[in-house]
Every structure is written in C-alpha cells, then in structure tokens.
Design a protein around this ligand. Structure first.
Ligand code: LIP
Length: 302
C-alpha cells in the first residue's frame, strides 16, 4: 500500500520533470512548423485537440511510472481516448494528463502542465502538477501539506498567503471557470448562466454592490486547481472536467486547506462551508459539477 508517500512523490516529481522537458521540446517543434504539419488532431469535435506530443508524453509517463510502480493501475487521458479504459478500483492508480492545457500548448500560451495524481481507495492521495514553461511545480501528499517549488528553489507551503484568507462569499472573489470542449447549445446555455450567477451584478453595480471581482479562464483544469491552492484564485468551477484534469489538483487543493464539492448549491448568494462535501467517485468519474473553493480555515500542519 502507498502509505510511504515521500519516495513515491519524489519519484513522480522526477518523472514529471522528464515529461516537462518533452513538452518544451514539443512546443518548440510545434511553433516552428506550418499549420498543416503541426500534428494537431481533433478528438470529439473541432475544439477537442490532441497533438503528437500529448501521445508521446503519455507514452513516457506510462513507461516510467509502470517501471517504478508496476503494480499501480494506470488511467491516462490519451490511453482512455484510444479505448484502453482501466476501471477504477481500490488499488493504487496513476491518473495522468500528459498535457493539460492542450489548446494553450497549440497556441503557444505558456499555461500548460503535466498532471500526475495517485488515487487510492478511490480518493486522490498524491498530486504533482508541473508547468515546464514557468518551472512551477506543485506537489502534495495526504496529510503532508501542499507545496509550490519555483525554479527548482525552496518549496513554499501552500497557500502562499499567511494567514490564509477565508472565503465567506463571492464578494471580491476571482473565480476560475472553463468553457470546456462540450459546445452543444444546451451545455453552453448552462455554462453561461452559471457564469452570470458567479460574476453577475445582483445590485446593478452600485457602489457597495457585492459581486465577484472577475472570472478567469486559464485553459487547464489542473492549473486552475493549483491557482486555488496557491490562493491566487478564490474558486474554480467547471462542469464536465475529466478525472485526469483534477486528480492531482484535488489533493493539492485539499492539502492547502481548500474544499472540493460536486454540489452546485453553492451558486446561491452565500457560501457556507457546511454545503461542501468530500470528493467522491461520482464527482470524479461521473463528470458532474466540480467546484473547488479556496481556504476554509487554516490548513492543519503535517
Ligand atoms: C482541458 C481542461 C480544461 C477543460 C477542457 C479540457 P486538456 O484538458 O483542463 O479545463 O475545460 O475541456 O478537458 O484537453 O487540455 O488536457
């Protein structure tokens, strides 16, 4: 059983850095060839992109992770798309997104990461998110805290703000949201109306009116989670994200003192901590509403 988290976490970080190097190599290659030759393909529709490098990075992750921990199961975005769909069990399972933020990767926006989570007994227990463009590494293991390491320097405990700022309402919050790749008119209507509820102007913008400062759409579920853990985003809301987008991010947010829920009740005016539940398999694999919010109270020390 993966009770000794440290060696596993250190091993995953080494693998994530190798994946990061390949992502950078891929970005250099993809930005220098003509649009006909980029190797960008579409999955379910014209906005659901996959590149040659998504596949190559996942192959690297599969090989390296299985080499280190042959008994762990493996769920990966590109393996899943190719039809290799391991069922989720109680066994330790790597859940990976080789390139989270593929649209950013294709367009040269440096908000891209590799995301590696370990799920055990159906809960995320270890998370590593690495953005090689910024050299930002986010790590967490259950009951051991969450950390950000910038430019290979000293790890900083998350959230960065001290003392952490509790979130008692949407007033003044910055909220991460995503459009996702599901673009049916029904889905778009649902998302837009949620965005309005999150950032709308219930008091017509009068001075003193209580509304969120703004919404942000960074294009990577994993980095949205990282931003919440860091304390830069107060909240992240998305419907229909995949488990590999958020497996690592969930434990990083939780270890930073944040809260995950599948409930959409929170779109009411006031946010109460009691409304938030734990992450469940239904949220992770049922692709229901996922809401990750900032600090509930001071995170416990490990
Ligand atoms: C993306 C997510 C993003 C979501 C997209 C997509 P990809 O992952 O991180 O938050 O809105 O639908 O799933 O495709 O870049 O790995």
């Amino acid at each position: 059983t993966p009770t000794e988290y440290k060696p596993i976490l250190d091993f995953i970080v080494t693998v994530a850095r190798k994946a990061g190097a390949l992502i950078l190599e891929g970005s250099a290659a993809i930005q220098t060839v003509s649009s006909q030759e980029t190797g960008v393909n579409e999955k379910k529709n014209s906005v659901d992109l996959v590149t040659e490098y998504d596949v190559r990075v996942e192959e690297l992750l599969l090989k390296e992770l299985k080499n280190g921990y042959p008994n762990f199961k493996f769920i990966g975005e590109e393996s899943y798309s190719a039809g290799k769909r391991e069922p989720l069990t109680d066994d330790p399972t790597f859940c990976v997104d080789p390139i989270d933020g593929t649209t950013n990767f294709v367009h040269g926006i440096p908000f891209v990461c590799v995301s590696i989570g370990v799920i055990y007994e159906r809960r995320p227990i270890i998370g590593v998110i690495y953005n090689p463009f910024l050299d930002h590494l986010y790590t967490a293991a259950k009951s051991h805290g969450a950390y950000l390491t910038r430019n290979n320097g000293t790890p900083q405990r998350l959230p960065l703000a001290s003392p952490p700022k509790p979130l008692s309402s949407l007033h003044g919050a910055v909220i991460g949201v995503e459009w996702g790749s599901e673009r049916s008119s029904e889905s778009m209507a649902g998302k837009s109306s949620s965005f309005v509820k999150l950032a709308g102007d219930p008091e017509r913008g009068v001075p003193g009116g209580k509304m969120a400062h703004s919404l942000r759409s960074f294009g990577s579920g994993a980095l949205n989670c990282a931003m919440v853990a860091q304390g830069a985003l107060d909240m992240y809301w998305e419907i229909g994200c995949w488990p590999w987008d958020v497996s690592a991010g969930i434990i990083i947010v939780q270890e930073a003192g944040g809260i995950i829920t599948g409930s959409h009740k929170v779109l009411s005016d006031t946010i109460n901590a009691e409304q938030f539940g734990d992450v469940t398999e239904d949220i992770l694999f049922g692709r229901k509403y996922l809401l990750i919010r900032g600090i509930a109270d001071t995170p416990t020390e490990s």
